[in-house]
Design a protein around this ligand. Structure first.
Ligand SMILES: Cc1cc2nc3c(=O)[nH]c(=O)nc-3n(C[C@H](O)[C@H](O)[C@H](O)COP(=O)(O)O)c2cc1C
Length: 143
C-alpha cells in the first residue's frame, strides 16, 4: 500500500472539498491519503516520504494562493523527481492556479504527472464528485 500527500490552499473550502474527494479516490484504490493545508507544511521534511502527491489551490486575481507558491519553493528541495503527481483547484472563470501548479511539478520537480490538471468550478457541479474521485484513482494507478 502506498501513501499520497494532498496539500491544498483554499479560502472558502471549495478546493478543500475537491481535495477530500481526490483522497476518497485514492482510498478506494487501496492506498492511504493524507490531507494537509498549506499552513501545515513547515519545511521540505513535511513533504518527503510519500509515494505520490496532489497539490491544489483556488484561483484568486488570476493566481494561485500565496501559500501554495511558497509550498512550490519548498517542494524544490523535497526530492520529488519521478514521483506520481497531480494538481487541482476550484475556480470561477479563468482558473490559472491548477495549470501553473501542474507545470511546476512537471518541469521543476520532474514528477511523473497524470494527464492534466483537475479544474472544477466547485466539487458540487454536475459530475464534480466523480471527476475528483477519478483524479485520485489516476494518481493511485501510478504508484
Ligand atoms: C476576490 C475574488 C477573486 C477571484 N479571482 C478569480 C480569478 O481571477 N479567476 C478565477 O477563475 N476565479 C476567481 N475567483 C473565484 C474563486 O476561484 C472561486 O470562488 C473558487 O471556488 C474559490 O475556491 P476556494 O473555496 O477553494 O477558495 C475569485 C473569487 C474572489 C472572491
Amino acid at each position: 500500500m502506498g501513501k499520497v500527500l494532498i496539500v491544498y490552499a483554499s479560502r472558502s473550502d471549495e478546493t478543500k472539498s475537491i481535495a477530500e474527494l481526490i483522497a476518497e479516490g485514492i482510498r478506494i484504490s487501496g492506498h492511504e491519503a493524507e490531507l494537509k493545508r498549506t499552513s501545515d507544511i513547515k519545511s521540505e521534511d513535511d513533504l518527503k516520504g510519500y509515494d505520490g502527491y496532489a497539490f491544489g489551490s483556488a484561483t484568486y486575481h488570476g493566481e494561485m494562493i500565496t501559500s501554495m507558491k511558497q509550498i512550490l519553493f519548498v517542494g524544490e528541495r523535497a526530492e520529488l523527481k519521478d514521483k506520481p503527481g497531480g494538481a487541482f483547484g476550484a475556480y470561477g472563470w479563468s482558473g490559472e492556479a491548477p495549470g501553473r501548479i501542474f507545470d511546476t511539478m512537471d518541469h521543476i520537480f520532474g514528477m511523473k504527472m497524470v494527464s492534466g490538471p483537475l479544474m472544477l468550478k466547485a466539487s458540487g457541479v454536475e459530475g464534480g464528485i466523480q471527476a475528483a474521485q477519478e483524479y485520485g484513482k489516476s494518481i493511485a494507478k501510478m504508484i
